[in-house]
Design a protein around this ligand. Sequence first.
Ligand code: ARG
Ligand code: ZN
Length: 846
Amino acid sequence: KEIFLKDYKEPDYFFEKVDLNFQLGEETTLVFSKIFVSPRVEGCLAPLVLDGVDLKLISLKVNGKEVKGDDFHVDSRHLTLSSLPSGKFTLEIVTEICPQKNTSLEGLYKSSGNFCTQCEAEGFRKIIFYQDRPDIMAKYTCRIEGDKSLYPVLLSNGNLIEEGELEESKQYAESLTQNLDPCTRSHAMYSLKAAMKWDEDVFGLEYDLDLFNVVAVPDFNMGAMENKSLNIFNSKLVLASPETATDADYAAILGVIGHEFFHNWTGNRVTCRDWFQLSLKEGLTVFRDQEFSSDMGSRPVKRIGDVSTLRSYQFPQDAGPMAHPVRPHSYIKMDNFYTVTVYEKGAEVVRMYKTLLGASGFRKGMDLYFKRHDGQAVTCEDFFAAMRDANGADFSNFMLWYSQAGTPRLNVVSNYNAVAKTYSLKFSQEVPPTPGQPIKEPMFIPVALGLLGSDGKDMPLSSVYHDGKLESISNNGQPAQTTVLRVTKKEEEFVFNDIPERPVPSILRGYTAPVRLDSDLTDADLHFLLANDSDEFNRWEAGQVLARKLMLNLVSDYQQNKPLVLNQQFINGVKSILCDSSLDKEFIAKAITLPGEGEIMDMMEVADPDAVHAVRSFIRKQLAAELKNELHNTVKNNRTSEKYEFDHQNLLRRALKNTALGYLGSLEDAEMRELALHEYKTATNLTEQFAALVALDQIPGKVRDEVLADFYNKLQHEYLVINKWFALQAMSNVPGNVENVRKLLDHPAFDMRNPNKVYSLIGGFRGSLVNFHAKDGSGYKFLGELVVQLDKINPQVASRMVSAFSRWKRYDEMRQNLAKAQLEMILAANGLSENVFEIASKSLAA
Ligand code: ARG
Ligand code: ZN
């Protein structure tokens, strides 16, 4: 059933207080709930409809009296109560559940012997009968009872009120976990402390309880969950040691520990009125964790990573059948809307407020938001209003960012008038049609801009002529080097006066809006920006724009069977960055990394996976051959025998070394194989060891097979590491790799019930464009069959996997037919979940 935002109604009954008691058992678990109900309007006659799925009703009382058969009705989704007392009453319900049989990993379930809950978005209804919606703002107490020998640690939310022993070796705690090795949890602890301090320093927000628990769970659908004072994490986002986690894992842990902690204010103290408002907490909290990671590491490098994610995942979603606004208008299954649009594009929307208001104006807006809404369940309008009112700001049509889907295209044409000494920029914008939204309004796009003179420096900007008015640009009375233009119309011009020479514009510095930018910059301009822009993000971006153009041109050569030739200027550009010792090493690593295959496919009329893959591999190989000495030196100069530290200097060093080694691996020559083997053997940490394994994996043959086997033998007890080993093999572009992946499904370390393993092996396979999109349809068939199997175990995971088919219309006719056949097969399956149904049917309808 599809649910619409426009149909939102306040609940007829409020729940003031809920007392929960769990009696955990190996066979079944009993849940006692006592709910204090008050009608919103006195004398309300409406029935009370409670959600409930997979529950066995044991008893039901209103005001202490058993409810008679005529006065309630239970179906597979609801418990409906009629003829209720007028005024307040209590509702006591006992339900029985089987957590050990719950493979959906929502509600109460067992993971590696531990009980665990996941209630967001709609999992609580698998625990008790309840009005399972976020605007029910009850206060809870929670008591857990269980056998002490079986369940030694019992954890609930909030402060601990009391704990103790019961008869028959049972214990209880009014307020679950795995005891962790102190070493593997030290990074999470460091991250948590840093996050607490950061939120105090930057937003003045303190933690509000005496207790804070972090729990690691091996079987978890998503990344983590911000349960008040009891944050629960997918183990891969908590546990880390130098031998079992890479730098990327360490960075992800920092970000996610921060994210869940930050939810205490943005998510828990102030929550969402309904699930359509999800980005109110998620977009804002992603923005907060991005800022936290930036402050703990390198801001430009963090920004480059976040923008790359947005382009590789969100842009394609925004251009496909599942395109939805940051605040969706409707859903069938809410879990399908925990998306890169709600999260990452949502974070970009929050970032735009900060760009427009500045750091202190943004802080004022946040302060007012908490002042007004602490303890409430609110909407995106409330956040908008707090930002606006705290600053007396004019945000014109900014709210459209919440309601219009699709990535706006922003085009810029420049003109320099040497006589009048004026420089003009003409902007025009277009928001593409998306499902259900054929026609769009122009958006409010903040564009940070600087103008570079021929000396490579930023020109001082003091005023701009716009909309018939001369607006002054000032930065505390001084001319600015960067100004933020407010582009709000379909077409709009900005003219700068007193510009002594034709400048090179640096447009959208720091990526101030989630748009696709087209401009009339020439290759020479882009090379100039790459060498000189004071904005590091745009320096990187200039290189990416050049690389994207070059790749698209080579793709078209490849399609016309022309020989591929890499232009010398590009090679020189890469070489000069690689050898520029004044640059940050991680920046170099990012700048010499080519745009991803998905990003290039996304820019093509008809996506051609074979051509894109061939071209990207060709360029990598060519660069490796031309710059072999430089890359080799980069590897050698960035070795160290010191013990692993997750600190800035070492992160940069390893990032650059591993990128260089990856290039060299593409050469498939004996000397480089030796080099990679040497790095593999001498590595003192997983970051360098795994990078060497990835480099070796590119060179098929005996050595590759031996190293893969060696790695498994040594690390087989570390299941998180084995997931990386699965992913690496699944992603291989070796023709016909689908057979290999099928075999790995039977590997003793694989388990379809564990989401991380599925994401590694099956998700990894989707990452090989040539194999997933194989012309014989073998990749599609493999995924199609797996989705049907998986759906019976875990619909949320199956639904994430089926989304790989959603852009099937982007490919040639042969592939379209093959993918379509799989979607039809899936939709015809018996007992299909709503999760998979929603994605598959919307994909097919597009
Ligand atoms: N609120 C969590 C987070 O982003 C995500 C939980 C989503 N879970 C789900 N099954 N939809 O931190
Ligand atoms: Zn979140």
